[in-house]
Design a protein around this ligand. Structure first.
Ligand code: DX5
Ligand code: ZN
Length: 214
C-alpha cells in the first residue's frame, strides 16, 4: 500500500521535526490539504507555507485543493514541484478542461469526490486521470469518523477503473486508521491518506509502516 501522510495533523508551530520524520519514513508522498473557507468550512494554509514545506520535504507532494475554482491555481501548484494536483469534482464546472490544463503544466491529475458524490460522476473523465480520491469524511477537518459506505465506493471505483482500462490510482482520505485501512486495502485502494493516525501516534513512523505493509 502506498501512503500519503497529511500535514494537516502536524504541529504547525514546529514543522521541521515532523517533516524530517516524513523524510525518514516509508511514506510515498506528503499530502497537503489546502482549504479556502468557501468550498469547505475551514481555512488551512496556502502557497507561502507549502513553498517553505517543499524546500524541506524530500517526498513527492500530493496537493489536495479543497477550494473553489482550482484551475486558477495550476501554475502555483506546478511551481511547488507537486507530483499530484487533486481538484474536487464538485468545485470544477469544466473538469475535463481543468484536468487537461494540469497535464499541460506537467503534473499528474487527480479528481476528488465528497461522500455524497456518486462514483459514477467520474465515468466520463476516469480515462484521463492519474488518480481518483474518495473522501471518506466530509472535507474540512482532520480527526473525523470514517464513513463506512466509503468502502463500497472504493469497490465501485475499482470496478470502473478495471472495466475502462484507466491507469488511475485510487486514493482514500479521511478517518484512515488500523481498523479502516485493511478494509480499504481489500476493496482495492492504492494510496491511503492519514493525518491524525500518523501524527497523533506515539511512533508516527511505525504508524506509516503499519499502513505500508497492507
Ligand atoms: C480532510 C483532509 C484530510 C485530513 C485527514 O478534509 O482532506 O486529508 O487531513 O485527516 P484524518 O486522517 O485525521 O481523518
Ligand atoms: Zn486531504
Amino acid at each position: 500500500m502506498q501512503t500519503s501522510p497529511s500535514l494537516l495533523s502536524a504541529d504547525f508551530a514546529n514543522l521541521i521535526p515532523d517533516l524530517e520524520m516524513i523524510n525518514r519514513s516509508e511514506a510515498d508522498y506528503l499530502h497537503l490539504d489546502v482549504m479556502d473557507g468557501v468550498f469547505v468550512p475551514n481555512i488551512s494554509f496556502g502557497f507561502p507555507v507549502m513553498k517553505a514545506v517543499s524546500r524541506v520535504c524530500t517526498k513527492p507532494l500530493d496537493v489536495h485543493l479543497m477550494i473553489v475554482e482550482p484551475q486558477r491555481w495550476i501554475s502555483q501548484v506546478r511551481d511547488l514541484g507537486a507530483e499530484f494536483m487533486n481538484v474536487h469534482q464538485e468545485a470544477c464546472v469544466h473538469l475535463d478542461s481543468c484536468v487537461a490544463q494540469i497535464h499541460a503544466a506537467g503534473m499528474k491529475a487527480g479528481v476528488t469526490i465528497c461522500p455524497a458524490t456518486p462514483v459514477d460522476t467520474l465515468r466520463d473523465i476516469i480515462g484521463e486521470l492519474d488518480l481518483a480520491l474518495i473522501m471518506s469524511v466530509n472535507p474540512g477537518f482532520g480527526g473525523q469518523k470514517f464513513i463506512p459506505h466509503s468502502v463500497e465506493k472504493v469497490r465501485e471505483l475499482r470496478e470502473l477503473i478495471d472495466r475502462t482500462g484507466s491507469h488511475a490510482l485510487i486514493e482514500v482520505d479521511g478517518g484512515v486508521n488500523a481498523e479502516t485501512a485493511p478494509l480499504l486495502a481489500a476493496a482495492g485502494a492504492d494510496i491511503l491518506v492519514a493525518g491524525s493516525y500518523v501524527f497523533k501516534a506515539k511512533d508516527p513512523e511505525a504508524a506509516i509502516h503499519s499502513l505500508a505493509v497492507l
